[in-house]
Write a protein that binds this ligand. Structure first.
Ligand code: PXG
Length: 458
């Protein structure tokens, strides 16, 4: 840490000048300002007051290889010296951009050969929407404009990606969603399953996709888009019956399936891709975050042969791209990130340690306010409830999750609250000893939350 840094002055400057994303500004400014994070190593981060916190979110679901890998800094340094920037427009490329496209294609099923680079998950989804609509124009079916997604899906924060997402709070601001984006029931058995078995409920949710496609007219639908496991929606792991039925319906109607792998990709679920874990055969794969483990902003869209088809021959120029599409420094860092993941067998490690996390985190389901603990690879959730038997929530959804998140911070633990669902996605390099440390901190935060709300339990 920079020893000359005066944290109080920095926080004052932050209050004065820094307009933060996804922040309640009134409470930020009234409650003393932002928490300053200054350093990180492995699964830990340090704040400006010298506190060491366990980062069970891997930053924002992205630092898959863990913090402090000097190899990535070296890769950036080398690339900046060779060529800090050049674009990939107008029949030009750079060495890292081409090598990364080849590498990403090699990690995907054979049918994915073409990779379009962007700088974030939001841009990746915007690119995907622009591509798929253009694809249908080239196919002579320009009326295929409608896109089906799910409630509580998170696909980003640009106008298109926020429209594609199903976050009602985002839609309530600024006139979103844009036309032709449709949202159906999310496959969240815990929240919506009632007395149904998870499998029955999974089919019900999948039939809502089918009903929406029929309502719109299958020949008007451009794509179905889904995260294999919904992340920011509360780590919604669909019942096993869900994806096979959705896939069957989309296939029957010739509707491309888009897997938004921004969170699930790059090992998070114990395989390279969430679609492998969930048994989906997508036509487009959207990725970001774990592609560089968050060390550089970069995302990508992989398009399968079936959609590329004669797009290149017949489509003419695709008028889309970003100055920094395939930025050489970001690509060099992503290449080094993937090299480490492969050399250190991080995906195998994730799959191997997942049962330990399931066992240790799962043991928290005996806690009086925990209704369910679910884990898939190294992503998971803890449901906070007022009544364990009926799964009844506390009043004012999100309030108790907020209390629990604060207790996590007080106990040097970072976990996100999605309403009253505590979610986690630690760095994939986590060890068993670190899992023990994390579970202990989690239990302390749950105990403190229980102490605050036990009068409300039924
Ligand atoms: N798709 C998915 C599945 C995501 O989780 C995006 C797209 C957009 O990526 P960018 O790089 O544009 O942010 C995301 C991002 C949260 C949270 O609160 C989650 C995300 C972003 C910000 C906050 O959990 N996911």
């Amino acid at each position: 840490m920079n020893k000359n840094l005066n944290i109080e002055e920095l926080v004052a400057a932050d209050n004065a000048h820094h307009f933060h994303p996804f922040t309640d500004h009134k409470s930020l400014h009234s409650e003393g300002g932002a928490r300053v994070i200054t350093q990180a190593s492995g699964v830990h981060i340090w704040d400006g007051k010298g506190n060491k916190l366990f980062d069970a979110m891997a930053g924002l679901w992205c630092v898959n290889i863990g913090y402090g890998r000097k190899e990535l800094a070296d890769a950036a340094y080398r690339q900046m010296q060779d060529l800090p920037f050049y674009n990939t427009f107008f029949k030009t490329t750079t060495v890292p951009a081409t090598l990364l496209a080849e590498k990403v294609a090699s990690l995907l099923p054979d049918r994915f050969k073409q990779i379009f680079f962007v700088n974030s998950g939001s841009e990746a989804n915007d690119t995907m929407v622009r591509f798929i609509r253009r694809y249908w124009e080239v196919q002579g079916q320009p009326e295929r404009q409608h896109i089906v997604s799910r409630h509580r899906a998170y696909h980003g924060s640009t106008c298109i990606s926020a429209s594609l997402g199903g976050m009602s709070a985002m839609h309530a601001q600024g006139g979103l969603p844009l036309p032709n984006f449709h949202h159906v029931l999310e496959p969240d058995w815990f929240q919506h399953g009632g007395d149904m078995s998870p499998e029955e409920f999974g089919l019900k949710a999948a039939r809502e996709v089918e009903a929406k496609i029929k309502e719109l007219g299958p020949d008007k639908v451009a794509a179905f888009v889904g995260e294999p496991i919904q992340g920011a929606g509360g780590v919604i792991v669909p019942p096993d019956s869900y994806w096979p039925y959705v896939q069957k319906v989309c296939r029957e109607h010739g509707i491309p399936i888009v897997a938004d792998e921004v969170i699930c990709g790059f090992g998070r679920t114990g395989n390279w891709w969430g679609h492998e874990t969930m048994g989906i055969d997508p036509d487009i794969v959207v990725m970001a975050k774990g592609l560089s483990s968050g060390y550089q902003p970069i995302g990508a869209v992989a398009v399968s042969d079936g959609l590329i088809g004669d797009f290149f021959d017949k489509g003419g120029e695709f008028f889309h791209g970003y100055t920094y599409s395939g930025h050489p420094v970001a690509c060099a860092v992503a290449l080094e990130n993937i090299r480490i993941m492969q050399d250190e067998k991080l995906i195998e490690h994730t799959a191997a340690i997942a049962p330990y996390v399931e066992e240790k985190m799962g043991a928290l389901s005996d806690h009086p306010i925990v209704g369910e603990v679910r884990v898939k690879g190294l992503i998971g959730a803890i449901e906070l409830v007022r009544d364990k038997q009926t799964r009844a929530r506390f009043d004012d959804l999100g309030r108790v999750g907020g209390i629990c998140r604060e207790h996590c911070f007080d106990n040097n633990l970072v976990m996100r609250a999605c309403w009253d669902t505590m979610v986690f996605s630690p760095p994939l390099c986590i060890t068993e000893a670190e899992v023990d440390e994390w579970v202990d901190l989690t239990r302390k935060a749950l105990d403190a939350t229980y102490a605050d709300v036990k009068g409300e339990l039924s």
